[in-house]
Design a protein around this ligand. Structure first.
Ligand SMILES: C[S@@+](CC[C@H](N)C(=O)[O-])C[C@H]1O[C@@H](n2cnc3c(N)ncnc32)[C@H](O)[C@@H]1O
Length: 275
């Protein structure tokens, strides 16, 4: 019998695992997520030669003393990293309109606060490069809790088959063709990469960056949090926005009633009105 089919995730194990992912990443897993959790961890159990999810939980707990890196691996396995270039493009249209009225000498800082593999941060960078030029003083910060996905973002290498959303003229201008082993990939042009940096950051508890941002994108991650954690994250991030700066959650993530310093400008576009 296939070894993968032997593992059953019982109620107790599922509860322990969901408490763990909630305490580490703020991600709330409903009962409906049981097969997702079981499926994503199953191969890991096999490669560690463990015979139950309970053994895996004990192994994970060792990480707290022995620093085996397994907790990070667990977070990497349970986060959902789906993203693509210019996803929810209304935000990029809004940004473009705003930038058109700014002097090119204006320094602009933008944070992609759950950047996944970097497509969002590089889409922002392309928007700035097109409107302000590459030599203007703008910077993009991309952060995420998953170390595996951040490595991808830092590399800036994307499968040619995953260019959904990226307009052809931007692709031609800001992406380079991979060669030899990378012939199925496109690479972000170095001049765009230079303006974009990626760092590990847990929205719930990492020390906040020491600068204020003009725009914060925090999209398609708040849906994984409960109301209390959502409020905490918004509070922390909005504290890093300049007064007058804009906050973009995902199109299906309403902030209604969560924070009184934000004014709704249009659906899923919020502005910080007071400090
Ligand atoms: C679905 S992706 C969204 C990517 C991008 N913002 C977009 O809208 O296309 C959600 C990302 O949130 C990250 N994430 C989940 N919990 C997090 C936390 N507590 N702190 C930082 N990032 C987190 C995941 O690793 C994942 O890459």
């Amino acid at each position: 019998m296939n070894k993968l089919a032997l593992f059953q995730l019982n109620d107790q194990e599922f509860d322990k695992l969901r408490q763990l992912i909630h305490s580490k990443a703020g991600i709330s897993m409903s009962d409906a997520k049981r097969s997702l959790v079981a499926g994503r961890l199953r191969k890991r159990l096999v490669s560690l030669n463990l015979s139950s999810y309970n053994e895996y939980i004990s192994y994970l707990k060792k990480d707290e003393h022995a620093n085996t890196g397994e907790m990070q691996r667990f977070i990497d396995l349970l986060t959902t990293n789906e993203t693509w270039f210019f996803r929810e493009e209304r935000h990029f249209d809004f940004l473009k309109k705003y930038l058109k009225d700014q002097p090119v000498s204006q320094s602009i800082n933008i944070w992609s606060a759950a950047s996944s593999s970097g497509e969002e941060a590089y889409s922002i960078a392309m928007t700035l490069a097109e409107t302000m030029g590459l030599s203007s003083p703008w910077q993009i910060l991309g952060t995420d809790i998953s170390s595996e996905i951040l490595d991808k973002a830092k590399k800036g290498l994307y499968m040619k088959s995953r260019m959904k959303g990226l307009p052809l003229p931007l692709k031609k201008k800001y992406m380079l063709n991979g060669v030899r082993t990378y012939e199925d990939y496109l690479a972000i042009a170095p001049e765009l990469k230079k303006k974009t940096q990626f760092k590990a950051f847990n929205l719930l508890n990492s020390p906040l960056p020491g600068i204020k941002f003009d725009f914060i994108f925090c999209r398609n991650v708040l849906i994984y949090f409960n109301q209390e954690d959502k409020q905490k994250v918004i509070h922390r991030l909005v504290g890093c926005l300049k007064t007058g700066g804009y906050f973009f959650p995902g199109h299906s993530e309403s902030l209604h009633g969560l924070y009184d310093k934000l004014k709704t400008i249009e659906p899923s576009v919020y502005q910080k009105t007071i400090d």
